[in-house]
Design a protein around this ligand. Sequence first.
Ligand code: NCD
Length: 335
Amino acid sequence: MITATPTPAALGWQHHHILSLADFSAEDFQTVLTTAASFEGVLSRRTKKVPTLQGRVVTTMFFEASTRTRSSFELAAKRLSADILNFAPGTSSLSKGETILDTAKTYLAMGTDIMVIRHGQAGVPQAIAAEMDRLGTGVRILNAGDGQHEHPSQGLLDLYALCTTFSAEAPNLADLKGKKIAIVGDILHSRVARSNLWALTAAGASVHLAGPPTLVPTEFLDYFGDDRPITLHWQLEPALERADFVMTLRLQHERMAQHLLPSIREYHQQFGITRDRLAGCNPGVRVLHPGPTNRGVELSSDVMDDPALSLVSRQVTSGIAVRMALLYLIGGNLP
Ligand code: NCD
């Protein structure tokens, strides 16, 4: 029962905002897993709501397209009994010249406690968090994807989906130690890959990246430093060999400034995940994709729709409990 969940402070939770997973310790990751599992218990009850954030205001501010992340945060906030405001840039005063910071201050003036922010430019959630701190507002900021930088809640729900394959009730970070995880595709443009890399290397997994050199450049590794062992491949087979999990990423056409690929067809031939290609993986291999998927490009429909292979639906479902956990951990001890 969630009523028995300790307060965030008692769990040792220190993060005021969630902007990046680079500064998460192994204990932080485990706290998210354990808290999400307790909320999963709530979601399996007939009454799927707890009063945890009653009277609190959560505002989602998505300056970039989203299907699952925004809806999942909204449902998570509702399950915690918060009031929720959804800002839609297309119909807002942004079109009248208002700045993003002034938009954030408008929602602050309405009593927002937590802002969930997505923006196409890296650093926007951080800038709003800095301003909220400077003003001494106490408002918490959750980064829901900033440019190519990070997408922490996706990294955490992927971690949860992985760990719950070993134990649904008590997901444990240590279960990923030594497991081989291949991340395939457009790594360069992927905020999901960056957040996942912080999480998976903290868990001690053996992480292998695969993609064409234009999308998996050697310099990419400099960002993570030598203490985060990551192996890079420009061919798919060595990355998949004896892999326990295969994470595929969307080809991000909207973020490709120049032509980095010969053709989509050729990309699929070289890096698309099909049933045949998975033959070299460990028995029981599972495939993930954060969505949205270009079916038949990153992943064949046959693999994506096979419940014995694909964790794609589980990722979406996990997103709700994980985002409840995140809202609780940063919002549960608001003044
Ligand atoms: C991702 C995103 O927006 O960063 N999607 C998501 O949140 N599930 C990945 C993508 O757009 O490819």
